[in-house]
Ligand binder design. Structure first.
Ligand code: B12
Length: 475
């Protein structure tokens, strides 16, 4: 079978991300003996013309659309990326009647809704590589696709789905040959990092989160040896800035530790980072291991420093864990990005002030702080139930594709905005949602790259903001 996979993501904020999943499925299809081509729309000037031109000159038996983002999770500047999906499906239909199969992280979040919205033939939920191969095999032997695990389709307007297949990342760290599938240089010149996943699954029960829905609750760990090999291979190919894209890198803690120890023993020049570390498992041993492994930056998803809010968010750790993480980090050198989510269940003006005080007093001056206010509500989450019970959400699930947000009834968005803005103005190490949605950011990334600045760019927030403020470009 000949398959075309289109990576539909064209969002370059806060930085372009390489289509990891789309590369994996394209490579898996090729390895299984099918013909595969990946069309990455990220840097295309006119996506429609690119797709038209591809389909005018080539015929495919099946067309896969990789869909990463539904929206940008931003209450202040909401962007609904799926609005580009219907016109894309229409364009494809002008040239081809091949089945259109949807896959990607977004499908794990709202499969039925996206399938209905798009007009595509099938959606694949769960791990894409194995499922796509099974689907291709079924189609080539004219077997009904609804026997394949992990496939969703519409029957008289109702979405049917077989239980997903969860096999990817079991034992081995899968990293595609990026240069074979995408313009990797275009990504690195925009300061994008190379994604590598060391496990799937998440055992945390955060009320707002979709990770369990996408990856399942049970861990599927890649062996630390296979992770080291993947990093060495990427390094040998010239890929230096590598990001572990695990939903929570330091859980299970022993796995993160073994990966770090393995990497520390190997010779490599990779600069590693991961943006999601849970404060619960931040200790001196892990921090030292991260440094020895070659990490140049980590993100701490603290979300809040108030016990009441952490409980409301279902984070599974207390304010003591957040303070302890800050204490440990102060004794190490590794640069950190602290991530806070303001406005969850239980948030009040007082708890917001508590978190701001924590940020002002417990976080090192050289570290960076990111504040996001308002939480995207996804169907099937505990937060959806809370929002409905509080009367803040009344629309049906079908209408939740376009972003809807939760904000604690105890606070108003204007007040939160004002407090974050005041903190931003007095602390040059702060990033807020205004800053990461600035189109100017794309230009800063390119300039920084030309000047030889290495990712992550957030490490340089203070000097960048100082220059922007001094030149009057940004507050
Ligand atoms: C790591 C991560 C990031 C990192 C990425 C770093 C990097 N260098 O890549 C950072 C922090 C930068 C980031 C940013 C954003 N992210 Co993010 N991110 C993730 C995370 C945790 C993992 C993504 C990943 O790489 N997975 C590993 C790869 C291998 O998996 P995959 O792409 O899903 O592919 C598999 C399947 O989906 C499938 N598949 C993929 N394509 C195809 C195609 C076909 C045809 C088929 C059949 C199958 C298939 O097969 C693959 C193998 O099994 C996910 C959550 C999650 N658990 O998935 C959120 C997630 C993808 N992010 C999300 C969002 C919203 C964003 C941002 C918009 C946030 C923001 N406000 O800025 C930005 C967008 C950035 C951009 N330019 O597009 C959402 C997207 C859904 C949504 N709500 O819209 C997710 C799902 C989290 C969530 N909230 O639910 N993100």
């Amino acid at each position: 079978m000949e398959i075309l996979i289109i990576s539909t993501n064209t969002n370059r904020l806060p930085m372009p991300v390489m289509p990891y999943g789309a590369c994996i499925v394209a490579e898996a299809a090729e390895r299984a003996g099918h013909g595969a081509k990946l069309l990455d729309l990220m840097f295309e000037y006119d996506s429609t013309r690119t797709v038209e031109s591809e389909l005018m000159h080539h015929t495919y038996d099946i067309i896969g659309l990789s869909i990463r983002n539904i929206d940008n999770n931003d209450i202040r500047h909401p962007a609904f990326f799926l609005k580009e999906l219907k016109p894309l499906v229409r364009t494809i239909r002008k040239f081809s009647d091949a089945p259109i199969v949807l896959g990607g992280a977004a499908l794990g979040v709202m499969p039925a809704e996206i399938l209905k919205y798009s007009g595509a033939s099938y959606a694949i939920v769960g791990d894409g590589d194995q499922t796509l191969i099974s689907l291709l095999n079924a189609m080539s032997t004219c077997d009904p696709p609804y026997r394949v695990p992990g496939v969703a389709w519409l029957e008289n307007g109702v979405c049917r789905q077989t239980p997903p297949m969860l096999s990817h990342c079991s034992g081995t760290c899968t990293v595609p040959d990026y240069s074979r599938w995408i313009n990797a240089k275009a990504y690195s010149s925009a300061m994008a990092t190379v994604p590598v996943q060391t496990k799937l699954g998440c055992h945390f029960k955060c009320v707002y989160c979709t990770y369990q829905k996408i990856e399942g609750p049970g861990y599927r760990l890649a062996s630390p040896e296979s992770v080291s090999e993947a990093i060495q291979r990427l390094d040998a190919e010239g890929f230096r800035d590598i990001e572990f894209v695990d939903n929570v890198f330091n859980s299970p803690r022993h796995h993160a530790l073994e990966i770090c120890e393995g990497l520390a023993r190997k010779r490599h020049r990779a600069r590693l980072q991961s943006l999601e570390l849970n404060p619960l498992y931040i200790d001196t041993e892990l921090m030292n291991a991260l440094e020895r492994a070659g990490f140049v930056g980590i993100g701490i998803t603290a979300e809040s420093s108030s016990g009441q809010v952490l409980k409301g968010l279902g984070k599974g750790f207390s304010e003591e864990a957040v303070y302890e993480a800050a204490r440990v980090i102060k004794s190490c050198k590794l640069p950190c990005l602290w991530i806070f989510l303001i406005g969850g269940p239980g948030e009040t003006k007082q708890t917001v002030e508590e978190t701001l005080r924590f940020a002002a007093t417990q976080i090192r001056r050289g570290d960076t702080i990111f504040f996001n206010a308002g939480i995207r509500i996804y169907p099937g989450t505990e937060l959806e139930k809370i929002a409905r019970a509080e009367g803040a959400l009344s629309i049906p699930v079908d209408e939740m594709l376009e972003p809807v947000f939760y904000l604690s009834p105890e606070i108003e968005l204007e007040w939160v905005d004002k407090r974050i803005r005041e903190f931003f103005d007095t602390h040059l190490n702060v990033i807020d949602s205004d800053a990461i949605s600035l189109p100017l950011l794309t230009k800063i990334q390119r300039l920084a790259c030309r000047l030889g600045v290495k990712p992550p760019l957030w490490r340089h927030t203070r000097p960048i903001r100082r220059i922007l403020r001094y030149t009057g470009i940004y507050r």
